[in-house]
Design a protein around this ligand. Sequence first.
Ligand code: F6R
Length: 363
Amino acid sequence: DKGGHKHFMAKEIAEQPTVIAEALGHYLSKSDEIRLPDPAIDFSQVERITMVACGTAFLACLTAKYWFEQIARLPVEVDVASEFRYREPPIPGKSVALFVSQSGETADTLAALRYCDGKADKIVSVVNVPESSIARESDLALPIHAGVEIGVASTKAFTCQLTVLFLLALKAATDRGELSEEARQDHLAQLRRLPALMSEALEQNDAVRETARKLANARDVLFLGRGPLYPLAHEGALKLKEISYIHAEAYASGELKHGPIALIDEEVPVVVMAPRDTLFDKTVSNMQEVMARKGKVILISDRGGLSEASEGVWDTVVMPDVSDAVAPILYALPAQLLAYHTAVAKGTDVDQPRNLAKSVTVE
Ligand code: F6R
């Protein structure tokens, strides 16, 4: 049942305010305690987190690295499962190995988990299917409560993964004495506002559809972001290529001038994800380098950011104000909508893109 939507993907994008509220309800008590399922986990003596996943789940891990490092001051290693498992990396004893998987059945991720079993101190997983192999073989499985996801391109599972990982980073920061009560309250207040902010972001649906019409004619699209928006740039590019079949790549804004800027001309749209955060001015100057080479910029930012920097851009998408840390969860929505509407404009099979399967149980 698509609930009145044309595609499961559209339904699942629209469900995000509800499922995020649901996930928060499972993990946050009324008095703002973070409640994890048993057995209890304590990050105070942990020396490293090793995060492993595939595809979109891997990009959730890359985003979470910023949170674990910046908020919990915990060293993080992230890798795609198919590389990690064959690299046979050393795993220090005082480490947590963390596996993220919507299906909980991805073959490479499961093999990476089995590799870490007996080496890492704890095996933790973040899954959507609690009965899955990855959940069963973990010491601690954290369900994301996204509900069944049918569209092959992951949307609501991604933002629920991010939400659970963010809560886990806050829990780690608290265990390690790295988080003041005030900072903790600020982060939780932002999370509690997230469903409402997401609803506001989804009001941009019609505007994004117009933008996507223009993107549908592109052969290549670049995505730029900095800080926690850099992994999200990768997620925007992945979504676009998997359902619209347009070639898309992501770069850290600051890396552009080290090579990829050679690609820019008037044929290449560049999607810039830039909330007005502490790195905003740097990203804007990278964006201006793109425009100076006739690149067509689509700037996704908040009102303040757009009023400061939208001169000369091709198109804009406005987002509500949000904290730096929570921004990647919110900015996932315009990235998903952009891919969705571009695919619809091109007439591709949105829910069943060619060559892809929902659960990848072969290596
Ligand atoms: C992209 C997508 C895939 C999956 C990847 C991992 O939209 O859906 O990249 O994220 O195959 O799948 P899970 O999370 O089931 O391990």
